[in-house]
Design a protein around this ligand. Structure first.
Ligand code: PLP
Length: 392
């Protein structure tokens, strides 16, 4: 049986024009000649990978990056031809796919380069294009010593391999103090000398993500890798005032509205008790949609007012306390604006001690993404156009 296309009462609206505008705003901050690589990993931080990539490329991004090979292949499948860098090392057996689809890979060790010999990449035609990742202090991935680098050199000089880039990633670019960023930048500049001394030329050096690119022009080097800022998440208070626009709003509708008497319970484990007569609505979004139990007690909007999530958040629903009765079907906004009121990913992130991009990228495939046509930018009526099912 074919499953018909169904629409849930819970959806995210993506404003592609905002992503384009944010891309252009970042681009305007770049020093002459610096390339913009748009990072659209994790389904474009929850905004849709293909749509986000198109929106960024329209506004002048030259390259794309994703975390995993599968994410890159999806972009190619959708006809995107821009250069794509895969940021997380792949297994040696998958290097073949990178050559076939003209993807750039990240390499962090000589042993990986030795391994890929087995797959006879020369047969395919075309080169394997690589970026070497250096660890200058994030402690996550990358080459740490000159010795490790030197072991890679002979492999990188082989005929079917091209060293395209060398990069690193900052640990504290969004923090107020700048000494650790400077330390990492200094290390990276030393590492650049290793590469030059080994005789490589035409290599792109890049180290800045959104926060570093906007705060430290001297860290922009040949290219910047911009993710968060595309989606409106800037280095708050530290970016000398770049205007970024939120690109995602999240909405649902009241499924049931009921009146509680004093002492009645709401939610699993009797997690909320009415302290008097109260109106409560059930909203069909839960932790399986990415609305984590940590958001219990946070605010949502209805009728232009803020109201709290009460009791434990369930897998598929949550309950909110209303200031008065609302009709069933009333729109509830979990991220975005209603009249003068607004709930941002940043506010929610602060509530759960995280970063805004965790809120947007956690929204699961069960939440339908609706792409606003560029002309209706900023409006938040329920669009019926361009519905893309996020379940891919
Ligand atoms: C995710 C990521 C980025 C993008 O960072 P933002 O802060 O979102 O701009 C850049 N570089 C690497 C290596 C990443 O993993």
């Amino acid at each position: 049986m074919a499953v018909p296309e169904l629409h849930r009462n819970t959806w995210a609206e993506i404003d592609s024009a905002a992503i384009s505008d944010n891309t252009a705003a970042v681009k305007a901050r770049l020093c002459r000649g610096v390339r913009l690589m748009a990072v659209v990993k994790a389904d474009g931080y929850g905004h849709g990978d293909v749509e986000s990539a198109h929106a960024a490329l329209r506004a002048g991004a030259e390259q794309l990056a994703v975390a995993y090979l599968g994410e890159a292949l999806r972009l190619r499948e959708h006809g995107i031809e821009a250069p794509i860098l895969v940021l997380t090392p792949v297994s040696p057996s998958e290097a073949v796919l990178a050559v076939e689809h003209n993807l750039m890979l990240t390499v962090i060790s000589a042993s990986w380069l030795r391994e890929i010999r087995r797959y006879k990449l020369g047969r395919i035609g075309g080169k394997l294009r690589l970026h070497v990742k250096m660890d200058t202090g994030l402690g996550r991935l990358g080459v740490r010593s000159q010795e490790e680098w030197k072991r890679m050199v002979p492999w990188l000089q082989r005929p079917h391999i091209e060293l395209v880039g060398v990069y690193t990633h900052f640990a504290t670019a969004g923090q107020e103090h700048t000494d650790y960023v400077e330390r990492q930048l200094h290390r990276f500049r030393c590492m650049k000398q290793w590469v030059l001394q080994s005789g490589f030329s035409g290599v792109l050096y890049h180290c800045a993500g959104s926060a570093a690119a906007l705060r430290f022009p001297g860290a922009q080097m040949d290219m910047v890798r911009i993710g968060a800022a595309l989606f409106g998440f800037g280095p708050q208070g530290l970016d000398d005032g770049i205007q970024l626009k939120p690109a995602l709003s999240l909405h649902s509708r009241m499924l049931q509205v009921k009146k509680l008497e004093q002492g009645e319970y709401i939610g699993y484990d009797n997690s909320y008790q009415a302290s008097g007569q109260e109106w409560v609505a059930t909203v069909p979004i839960g932790y399986a949609d990415g609305w984590s139990q940590g958001l219990r007690g946070s605010m949502v909007l209805a009728g232009g007012m803020r109201m709290p999530v009460i009791g434990k958040i369930c897998m598929d629903q949550l309950m909110i306390r209303l200031p008065h009765r609302f009709p069933e079907g009333t729109k509830v906004t979990l991220i975005g604006r209603q009249q003068q009121a607004e709930i941002s990913c940043r506010e929610l992130a602060q509530y759960v001690n995280s970063v805004p991009q965790e809120i947007s990228s956690s929204l699961s495939a069960r939440v339908e993404r609706v792409y606003l046509p560029a002309a209706t930018e900023g409006t938040s009526s329920t669009p019926s156009l361009l519905v893309a099912n996020a379940a891919h």
